[in-house]
Design a protein around this ligand. Structure first.
Ligand SMILES: [Zn+2]
Length: 163
């Protein structure tokens, strides 16, 4: 009876210097795991950056709405409402400074409100929106946290530190 030849080359013992099928499979699984982790990491970064952008954009729209609503109060009647003119559920996002109307028109910018805590951003410096009365205009500025810390006392904005 003739000697039978193995049906698959996989059944042959590995030649010296060549990885066995088990080693190749192991390497393939490791490469797939690394690729999966890398893709997952990139997706997480994309989701976090998108979340940051949406948060800042919502805040920017609200800050402009606040500036528009307070413009007449601050520049004409020089009395500000007790609460920010935004939905109550969103008021905690901001530090409001309604007592500053006595300082309007003094030639120095006065802060009406700012984000109560900085937006913590993944790919950009942390920052806040600030609504100011400056040069007889009510304006919205985006400041890095370092810029905000440098200006907040001069603008009479002292949000409590939230940890
Ligand atoms: Zn904000």
């Amino acid at each position: 009876m003739p000697h039978s030849v193995p049906a698959s080359t996989d059944a042959r013992p590995p030649r010296p210097g060549r990885p066995s099928e088990v080693a190749r499979r192991k390497r393939r699984v490791i490469i797939q795991m690394i690729a999966f982790a890398a893709v997952t990491g990139v997706l997480i970064v994309i989701v976090m950056v998108r979340r940051d952008q949406q948060s800042v954009e919502q805040c920017r729209r609200e800050a402009h709405a606040v500036a528009a609503a307070l413009r007449r109060d601050a520049l004409e009647s020089r009395t500000l409402p007790m609460n920010l003119p935004i939905p109550p559920a969103r008021r905690a996002h901001y530090h409001y400074n309604p007592v500053n109307s006595m300082f309007f028109g003094g030639g120095r910018p006065v802060g009406l409100c700012c984000c109560a805590s900085p937006h913590r951003l993944l790919l950009a410096p942390n920052g806040r929106h600030v609504v100011l009365v400056a040069d007889d205009r009510v304006e919205v500025r985006w400041l890095s946290e370092a810029e905000f810390q440098a200006h907040k006392a001069g603008w009479q904005l002292q949000p409590p530190v939230i940890r």
